[in-house]
Design a protein around this ligand. Structure first.
Ligand code: NAG
Ligand code: NAG
Ligand code: NAG
Length: 197
């Protein structure tokens, strides 16, 4: 009998461990849910979350994740590529390797917006697809002088678990191929957002 109980306990433990956790943090959507969320805001607590991932900007080859959508005839003569505009759907991964696990995408537009140095206007969303942030986004609007070691960009908002978020993303290039233009960039993000008490 004791043996049977042990077996049953082990079985339920294994069941508990193997239970999928995909929908644990699904946050209710729709206008009523958002209204409810705002109503509860006075009781919510501000939380600081730290995120770390790698951004793969692939502009060359057969499967680029960032493509040129506009440029001026002036762009080709400009030492800073002024006027170049690209649309990206860049992979965000846990490690710097090209085959590292993908946890989201950086979707948006960057444009060469500086005459003096290579400086990009970044307008994009980090769209998370894994774990507790699956389905949530963070919006970036910032200045990215790509040849400097560290670039700081504001997080101006978010959705899902990141509703009303604000924060700072720090970018550092870890790999850049001058010939192809492909780059891997490390991102550290500090973000303030709300959690219900
Ligand atoms: C992320 O959310 C989507 C939509 O709800 C779901 O289809 C997908 O399975 C989830 N992915 C993970 C890894 O939980
Ligand atoms: C760019 O093209 C326009 C229209 O064709 C032309 O008027 C202008 O002179 C060109 N500018 C440069 C920098 O080549
Ligand atoms: C850099 O890009 C060029 C052109 O696509 C390619 O031939 C070369 O192998 C790349 N270098 C590295 C280190 O990946």
């Amino acid at each position: 009998m004791a043996k049977l109980i042990t077996i049953l306990m082990l079985y339920s433990l294994a069941q508990a461990i193997s239970k999928p956790v995909a929908h644990v943090n699904v946050i209710p959507q729709g206008p009523e849910a958002v209204q409810e969320w705002f109503k509860n805001l006075p009781n919510a607590k501000e939380k600081l979350t730290k995120l770390h991932f790698y951004f793969h900007d692939i502009v060359s080859g057969k499967n680029p994740s960032a493509i040129t959508v506009a440029q001026s005839n002036f762009t080709l003569k400009s030492p800073t590529g002024f006027g170049l505009v690209r649309m990206m759907d860049d992979a965000l991964t846990i490690g710097p390797e090209p085959n590292s696990k993908i946890i989201g995408r950086a979707q948006g537009i960057y444009g060469s917006a500086s005459l003096e140095e290579v400086g990009l206007l970044m307008t994009l969303n980090f769209v998370f697809t894994e774990g507790e942030y699956n389905g949530s986004t963070l919006s970036v609007l910032g200045h990215n002088p790509v040849f400097r070691e560290y670039r700081e960009m504001p997080i101006v908002g978010g959705s899902g678990v990141f509703r009303l978020a604000r924060g700072v993303a720090t970018a550092k290039t870890v790999w850049f191929n001058v010939t192809s233009g492909d780059a891997v960039v490390e991102y550290n993000v500090m973000v303030l957002h709300y959690v219900c008490k």
